[in-house]
Design a protein around this ligand. Structure first.
Ligand code: HEM
Length: 321
């Protein structure tokens, strides 16, 4: 476990996070991080497979309207929320976010935002999966708007490198952030439906040899034996054998063309991202941990609402009355 040095953090953050701070709740809710951590230990002890969904949820929150908890809002009559859009139908763990938020409401009413709760839960998920930990800059406010259609800002698993660079770029995240944050796929599972286009009918020719040519053959056959063309319920481990442990094995999988998504494979198509993948396929875990911490802090600052913007939601799934 690695705690990122504060000085390097300060240099990294520059002025963009001027309104967030590490000790934001030190006076108003001094035990906030401790409460989240204790709840997370209980939640993940009972359901360890929820660590990955919390990490993904924070990513999906930050990429749509910034890290403002908009992914947590329910649809209302007349408005389909982000939560009900296709990329988010495979998210899990909303009930646990509500549970952690309820604990915080009890200890410090109207104080800790849902966006901050999610950022802390994502951080603790990684740490409890034997990955790094980092200081979470706090003080995000919750947004009051969530629109299903805006989830098209989330990169699809079929994305090529140009699309990935563009989609990360508009969020202020660079090539290094892309290759580092993709390393999150060292934990968690994928539905067959997210990869079936690689296994069947890749270019629309509709025959059994029409597969993603960049998927290693033995692995392709293994995935086909698990996922039928129309299966949308079965889960596959993205990092088979170590899908609950946060480590560098994702980069080995990408190197061997055994990663789940075309977007993972795409990291081999640019010289910078390729070099990062190949280097970390052979170890350098502490460097990856440091990089991941840096990039998570950066992602956690995307388009945040601060000060008088937004609100502190009482319940994460509904805006305040
Ligand atoms: C680079 C572009 C990315 C694409 C195209 C992508 C796509 C996907 C897809 C399709 C799934 C499987 C969903 C399912 O079928 O259940 C998934 C899972 C996951 N993603 Fe990504 N992702 C990307 C980047 C990220 C980033 C930046 C993070 C976090 C920092 C992340 C964290 C995760 C995690 C932890 C899972 C496993 C979730 C679970 O076990 O339920 N992904 N991703």
């Amino acid at each position: 476990m690695l705690m990122v040095p504060l000085v390097s953090m300060l240099l990294l953050l520059g002025s963009t996070t001027a309104q967030l701070s590490i000790d934001y709740y030190s006076k108003t809710c001094p035990n906030a991080e401790k409460i989240v951590r204790e709840e997370m230990i209980q939640i993940l002890t009972k359901a360890p497979s929820l660590a990955a969904p919390f990490l993904r949820m924070h990513f999906h929150d930050c990429f749509v309207r910034g890290c403002d908890g908009s992914v947590l809002l329910d649809s209302t009559p007349g408005n389909k929320a982000e939560k009900d859009a296709i990329p988010n139908l495979t998210l899990r763990g909303f009930g646990s976010v509500e549970r952690v938020k309820a604990k915080l409401e009890k200890a410090c009413p109207n104080t800790v935002s849902c966006a901050d709760v999610l950022a802390l839960m994502a951080r603790d998920s990684v740490w409890l999966s034997k990955g790094p930990t980092w200081p979470v800059w706090l003080g995000r406010k919750d947004g009051r708007i969530s629109i299903a259609n805006e989830t098209k800002q989330l990169p699809p698993p079929q994305a090529n490198l140009t699309q990935l660079i563009q989609m990360f770029g508009v969020k202020g995240l660079d090539l290094k952030d892309l290759v580092v944050l993709s390393g999150a796929h060292t934990i968690g599972t994928s539905h067959c439906s997210s990869i079936s286009d690689r296994l069947y009918n890749f270019t629309g020719q509709d025959n059994l040899s029409d597969v993603d040519p960049f998927l290693e053959k033995l692995y392709l056959n293994k995935l086909r034996s698990k996922c039928s063309p129309t299966d949308n319920t079965t889960l596959i481990e993205m990092d088979p054998g170590s899908f609950k442990t946060f480590d560098t094995s994702y980069y080995k999988l990408v190197t061997n063309r055994r990663s789940a998504f075309h977007s993972d494979w795409a990291l081999l198509t640019d010289s910078f991202t390729r070099a990062y993948v190949l280097k970390h396929a052979s170890g350098f875990e502490s460097e990856f941990f440091q990089d991941f911490s840096d990039s998570m802090i950066k992602m956690g600052n995307v388009e945040v609402l601060t000060g008088s913007q937004g609100e502190i939601r009482k319940k994460c799934s509904v805006v305040n009355k």
